[in-house]
Design a protein around this ligand. Structure first.
Ligand code: GMT
Length: 375
């Protein structure tokens, strides 16, 4: 199949999932065309059946906001015609599903029909999409997609609660590629980060307020009073400075490393003993699943789809949003018990195997086939 994938090319989970899906599909022999404003961060090399087409938005001084969705829909039309693309798969409803609908209509005008598959990722529904300023357009785009998928049961329920949806929503969970990352644990250079007697705790996110990164450092502050440990904070975002200031003011700055945006996430995870994700809302929590694949138990909030990934008392522990004391107490107990920690590490890896790419990618292929048959 010739498939166009539209996504955000950044470090965010939706872009990561879209890119890994495209890479896996290309390996299976499908022809994949990424269409976005920058080469996706996890798309390191292009090949014969892996292409990238950049969407350019000319800067025109009359416009206070440059019309990206207009440029994207035009690019989609051009690329579909040029490369004879059969399916448009858009990740993140805003504005991708809307631009895809416009492209579909323009193509229909020229006698070309192709299905749109829209994958909902989370904030396109919960935080942004349901805002009254966007809601009508997002609802319309979802209802006019030929097939809609959601990354968790929880996100599906949220979508049905927040919008008037006439389409069926298929749940296809996010995935990880065990094959690609299996060697990290063997090559792990733990001693570079911390001496053997210290535990290593990590957090990976975009440091937006929804991630509650102040909770991460506060949980760590309590842990480090009981257990020698280091905290590795991976990512960039608006709340980073406040978290750094907190660490300085509370005397834990030496034990907390902010390493910024990184392509070395799996290297960090390979030496981590615990991963903390205390988000306000989280449709799935791909960061938690990536940690689990690398044998890292997860301390998380119990919001959204996190309980579909992190299993209470088995792969980690889940708490109400903001329960810093609860998170710290269970972290300390786990980090002080070698046997229990090892058991949780094994469980985390085993549970993550249920989300291996080989279990999931075929489900997207089936969706494309069904969408094509129903055209
Ligand atoms: O919040 C983020 O981490 C970014 C955001 C995105 O769109 O890239 O992540 C959302 O999609 C991920 C991939 O499906 C999910 O794993 C995240 O849980 C989801 N984030 C939220 O729901 C807050």
């Amino acid at each position: 199949m010739k498939i166009a994938i539209v996504c955000y090319p950044t470090f965010g989970g939706s872009g990561v999932v879209a890119t890994e899906l495209g890479l896996a599909l290309a390996q299976q022999g499908h022809e994949i065309h990424f269409i976005t404003y920058k080469q996706p961060v996890r798309l390191e090399a292009l090949s014969e059946n892996l292409h990238f087409h950049e969407v350019n938005v000319p800067d025109y001084p009359l416009f206070q906001f440059q019309p990206y969705e207009l440029a994207l829909s035009s690019k989609l039309v051009d690329m579909v015609k040029l490369h004879k693309i059969e399916v448009l798969h858009v990740h993140y409803a805003i504005p991708h599903a809307y631009a895809a609908y416009m492209a579909k209509k323009m193509l229909q005008d020229q006698g070309i029909n192709l299905p749109i598959v829209t994958t909902l990722h989370g904030t396109d529904i919960t935080l942004v999409g349901s805002h009254p300023f966007y809601k009508s357009a997002v609802e319309f785009s979802i209802n006019h997609s030929d097939c809609v998928t959601s990354v968790s049961e929880s996100l599906k329920m949220d979508t049905l609660d927040l919008f008037d949806i006439r389409n069926d929503i298929k749940v296809i969970p996010n995935f990880v590629d065990f094959n690609k990352h299996s060697n990290h644990n063997e090559d792990c250079e733990r001693h570079v980060i911390a001496p053997a007697h210290e535990r290593i705790i990590s957090h990976v996110s975009n440091f937006r307020s929804v991630k509650r990164i102040l909770d991460v450092v506060q949980v760590f502050e309590k842990i480090v009073k009981e257990v020698p440990a280091k905290l590795i904070m991976v990512g960039e975002g608006p709340d980073k400075q406040a978290a750094m200031d907190y660490c300085l003011e509370h005397g834990i700055a030496d034990s907390v490393k902010f390493i910024g945006k990184s392509n070395q996430v799996f290297e960090v995870l390979c030496y981590s003993d615990l991963f903390i994700l205390p988000s306000e809302t989280e449709s799935f929590g791909l960061a938690a699943l990536e940690a689990m694949m690398m044998r890292v138990p997860v301390i998380s909030s119990n919001t959204g789809g996190l309980s579909e990934v992190n299993i209470e008392g088995k792969t980690g522990y889940l708490f109400d949003v903001g329960d810093v004391d609860g998170m710290a107490d269970k972290s300390i107990a786990l980090l002080q018990d070698d046997v229990l920690l090892e058991e949780f590490k094994n469980n985390a890896e085993n549970e993550a195997r249920k989300f291996d790419l080989n279990q999931i990618v075929g489900r997207y292929v089936a969706v494309y086939q069904e969408a094509l048959e129903n055209q």
